[in-house]
Design a protein around this ligand. Structure first.
Ligand SMILES: [Mg+2]
Length: 190
């Protein structure tokens, strides 16, 4: 489990950055015979994002995907930002960066954080592949989903028990909120 130093880092986390494929989505594509495409994700993760936002922790999705691939995340973020609590200003908006390549992910995160008067050291990030390497190295707390590439799992502070698209984001959200002593059953997330 996490040592005291890491628990201290987690307690101070004030923002969270997520990768798209392999973190929010499983990383697989569902190809329909009529040409339609689909990606799988988990409601447990959506709930985790809502819990973080309800606790006042802003979330950003930073993906290298562009064009059709980026539409999936775009639609999702739009829905999250249309939640009544978000519209009422009770939840920070989810910020989406798409088409952002490896070394640019930390730059994008930094510019987003600056808007909240925060730095990369105040932020947690989760990613599954080498495109996330620089960002994971730069943040205050880094995580990888259970199925992430070995090279990533070896360099992060924490590997979630669940896989990307299937609870990994929720695992990280639970960990952060628990470290902060926030009882998730008391958060209003609608
Ligand atoms: Mg990925």
């Amino acid at each position: 489990m996490l040592d005291q130093k890491l628990k201290e880092r987690l307690k101070n986390i004030r923002a969270v950055a997520l990768d798209g494929d392999g973190v929010i989505f499983t990383g697989q594509i569902l190809e329909g015979i009529n040409g339609s495409l689909g990606k799988l994700r988990s409601h447990a993760d959506g709930q985790g994002i809502s819990l973080l936002r309800s606790a006042g922790i802003p979330v950003a999705c930073i993906t290298g995907e562009k064009e059709i691939d980026a539409l999936f995340l775009g639609k999702l973020v739009e829905r999250w930002n249309n939640f009544p609590a978000a519209k009422a200003g009770k939840m920070p908006p989810v910020k989406l960066f798409s088409g952002v390549q490896r070394e640019q992910k930390a730059v994008a995160a930094e510019s987003w954080l600056r808007g909240y008067n925060l730095a990369l050291s105040d932020c947690a990030a989760i990613g599954d592949d080498i495109s996330d390497y620089d960002l994971l190295q730069a943040v205050g707390f880094s995580a990888a989903p259970a199925q992430a590439e070995e090279v990533i799992k070896k360099m992060v502070h924490y590997v979630t028990p669940r896989r990307g698209g299937d609870g990994a984001v929720r695992d990280l959200a639970n960990l952060i909120l628990e470290a902060k002593g926030i009882d998730i059953t008391t958060l209003v997330i609608r």
